[in-house]
Design a protein around this ligand. Structure first.
Ligand code: BTN
Length: 266
């Protein structure tokens, strides 16, 4: 542990604290804590965990990100959790989980964290947390990774990644997880209108020039409007263009195949 790091509670403290967080929830009913796993997403899928279960890793070694990218080893610096929830439209879940992750991050880092469509949590233009929503046998697996204690990142990631610690937050990973359990529960409970309004208030993409990948090829322009349930309105050099959420993604920075974590192991 670096001498700059906020003291961290040991794994023995995690079960009771996480059960206490879940006991106040409607949508998170039980927590399965793994000392180490490759991917909480894969564990939740393979174990057939039922809706209401949160699969938490004390360390996740080979997480998966969106669009086939990797989420690097959390070591004991990031958090990794998969919430198993009842099936809902993927855009709604993506919107709700992004709001939940940003809200938890803001508990520790103030107003800086916001959302880069569709569901990256960013601060100062760098990625702080990522969300992966997958479906499996009538359930949805909402995987969330947050960079918490990292003081630095490998050169390839350094320009694109940040952590709560780098944003000046002194925190225990367990407290961030407990806050995330509560905020995810609240986001699943909220009305569509409320969560939609909150998402748009947290938007960090409007006004930026962004390159998107679409079925028609790359499209670049200044984002005029973000509607998390439907798509984006982008001012391109050829005029305004609507990009549907279902078939559009943000082009990654050329060097990045993974975000978060500590070293180059995956
Ligand atoms: C992304 O930004 O591309 C999404 C990253 C999602 C990472 C989380 S960590 C917990 C869960 N388990 C995984 O293997 N992936 C998600």
């Amino acid at each position: 542990m670096s001498d700059r790091m906020h003291p961290q509670r040991p794994i023995e403290d995690w079960p009771d604290a996480l059960e206490a967080a879940a006991s106040a929830c409607r949508h998170v009913r039980r927590v399965q804590l793994l000392r180490e796993t490759a991917s909480t997403q894969d564990h939740a899928r393979a174990s057939g965990a039922s809706a209401g279960t949160a699969v938490v890793a004390f360390r996740q070694t080979a997480g998966r990100g969106r669009l086939g990218r990797a989420w690097a080893d959390t070591a004991h610096e990031g958090i990794a959790v998969t919430f198993v929830v009842g099936d809902r439209p993927p855009e709604s879940l993506a919107m709700r989980s992004a709001v939940a992750a940003a809200t938890a991050a803001r508990t520790f880092a103030g107003d800086a964290p916001g959302i880069k469509w569709p569901n990256d949590v960013v601060a100062g233009g760098r990625k702080l947390a990522g969300v992966l929503v997958e479906r499996s046998e009538g359930r949805a697996l909402v995987g969330i990774g947050v960079n918490v204690l990292q003081q630095s990142f490998p050169a390839e990631l350094a320009p694109h990644a940040t952590s709560l610690a780098l944003l000046g937050a002194a925190c225990d990973r367990l407290d961030v997880l407990a806050a995330l359990v509560a905020s995810l529960d609240a986001a699943l409970e909220a009305t569509d209108d409320d969560i939609y309004r909150t998402y748009r208030g947290l938007d960090r993409m409007c006004g930026n020039r962004v390159r998107f990948l679409t079925p028609d090829g790359a499209v670049e322009g200044t984002v005029r409007d973000v509607d998390p349930l439907h798509g984006l309105l982008v001012d391109t050099d050829a005029g305004p263009r609507f990009l549907p959420a279902a078939t559009t993604s943000v082009a990654p920075p050329a060097s990045v195949s993974r975000y978060g974590g500590r070293d180059g192991s995956n």
